[in-house]
Design a protein around this ligand. Structure first.
Ligand code: DLL
Length: 434
């Protein structure tokens, strides 16, 4: 079985940079000539397409923000006429107006190739049944992986989300080999497998390609244990392409970015300054092969780190860490900045808890309150109330010293927190409802 899909994944750095430079120059010309928004931005900066001669000139280019897509809703940033656009998708749009993205046939072909790379990195081949439980529709998850699995020549089972017991039945009867869905839905499927009295080892399933939301190593271990599979991460965002911008290999220590199609940078989110490898900051992507919607230096708001440390898989594509959250995930509680990922990292230090948790933020009078609900595992539920209270107190102490604010902690019974078939909802901010 091949270790990778395309030799470019293992290309020497010099070759890759030359290709990136060539494609960047072409893209810059394309947007200058075809997108009035970019022409204006460049003109205001006194920048001409000829000023961009290689990837080293990248930082001369202006950033693109989600707001720019919103201001030009729905198609204002498209760089090709409508008759060349063969597909429309849209972002989940949890905050503000959703953003609309478009693809030419060539864009769809590239997208299929890069998701096929992710499936190959997870051990997939044309001999597999690929069970897709990401949502189909405007969300890029379902169709994105669908096209990749088709390009691979695998047998696609396009189940989409919902009816979890039926999903498990299909998995059993159809012999699904690889599962694609969000990690929180994978966990829910694991619970359902157990509820149905099925031994996961009797399923043919051997790998999963999970993404679209942040998930921890702890969650990976839980999914791997509950479904008896190897769980791989996949990252992407609709504005840049959809799933497959980066993907995990068997080393499972970060995701390789498809650098022949996207140039990644890490910047300081406050100053915009480009940061060196190995430093955490905001991920910024430049599309270098996209035709319909080529975004330049797009601010993802995802917080991650890049590394070019050699990988045991042989791929030379730069790796990004699992995103540690988003700059816009940050909650301000009693004047203190709190990231849900910080809460999660505290919860992980304690046994007896599961990766199912929720933060409830409210305001009582003038005071913000934070309640952390986390489900206990089955062993813990058998413990005496006194022991549960003791554990809650310990978590409360750890949260207070990490976050710098007090929180109410409730260990709740298994299955108390609503399950998600798509992206999990970790924060309920009741202050926004006022
Ligand atoms: O979530 C695309 C996707 C579908 C990726 C299926 C992977 C699998 P959007 O709905 O536009 O697109 O949301 C993009 O989701 O900026 C991240 O904040 C988050 N995200 C995506 N993948 C990961 C991941 C899809 N593996 C936003 N880890 C991104 C952490 C992720 N966060």
């Amino acid at each position: 079985m091949p270790q990778y899909r395309d030799p470019i994944e293992c290309a020497p750095l010099g070759e890759l940079r030359a290709l990136q430079s060539y494609r960047l120059i072409k893209t810059v010309r394309h947007v200058y000539e075809n997108v009035p928004f970019y022409r204006d931005r460049f003109d205001k900066l006194g920048l001409k397409p000829e000023d961009i001669r290689s990837v080293d000139d990248l930082s001369k280019l202006p950033f693109t923000y989600k707001q720019d897509l919103r201001d030009n809703y729905p198609y204002g940033l498209f760089a090709v006429p409508q008759d060349q656009v063969v597909r429309i998708h849209a972002s989940s749009g949890t905050t503000g107006k959703q953003t609309v993205v478009g693809y030419t046939q060539n864009d769809l072909d590239v997208w299929a190739e890069i998701t096929a790379r992710a499936l190959v990195a997870a051990g997939g081949s044309k001999n597999d049944f690929v069970h897709i439980s990401y949502g189909y529709g405007l969300f890029t998850g379902g169709l994105g992986l669908h096209q990749g699995a088709t390009a691979l020549g695998a047998s696609v089972i396009p189940v989409s989300t919902g009816n979890t017991k039926r999903q498990i039945q299909i998995m059993q009867d159809f012999g699904s080999d690889i599962l694609c869905c969000t990690p929180s839905y994978a966990l829910y499927m694991g619970e359902t497998v157990r509820e149905m009295g099925i031994d996961p080892k009797t399923l043919k399933l051997r790998a999963g390609v999970f993404g679209a939301e942040p998930w921890t190593e702890h969650m990976r271990q839980e999914i791997e244990r509950m479904l008896a599979i190897k769980a791989y991460d996949i990252y992407g965002l609709s504005e840049i392409m959809g799933p497959g911008v980066s993907y995990e290999c068997p080393e499972q220590s970060g995701m390789h970015i498809n650098e022949d199609h996207f140039i990644a940078e890490i910047i300081d989110p406050d100053t915009g300054e480009v940061l060196p490898e190995g430093v955490m900051g905001e991920l910024v992507f430049t599309c270098i092969t996209k035709e319909a919607l080529p975004l330049i230096r797009y601010r993802t708001r995802d917080i991650a780190m890049l590394t070019r440390k050699p990988c045991s898989c042989g791929r030379t594509f730069i790796k990004m860490t699992k995103p540690a959250g988003r700059t816009d995930d940050m909650l301000i509680i009693r004047g203190v900045n709190v990231f849900p990922s910080q809460v999660e990292s505290v919860l992980l230090q304690f046994s007896g808890t599961t990766p199912n948790y929720q933060l409830i933020v409210d305001r009582v009078g003038a005071l913000d309150t934070l309640e952390v609900q986390v489900e206990m595992d089955e062993h813990m539920t058998f413990d005496a109330v006194r022991l549960i209270e003791k554990r809650e107190k310990e978590i409360r102490g750890a949260l207070e010293s990490t976050l710098g604010i007090a929180a109410v902690v409730h260990l709740v019974s298994p299955k108390t927190i609503a399950r998600s078939e798509g992206k999990a909802k970790r924060v309920i901010d009741k202050r926004c409802l006022e």
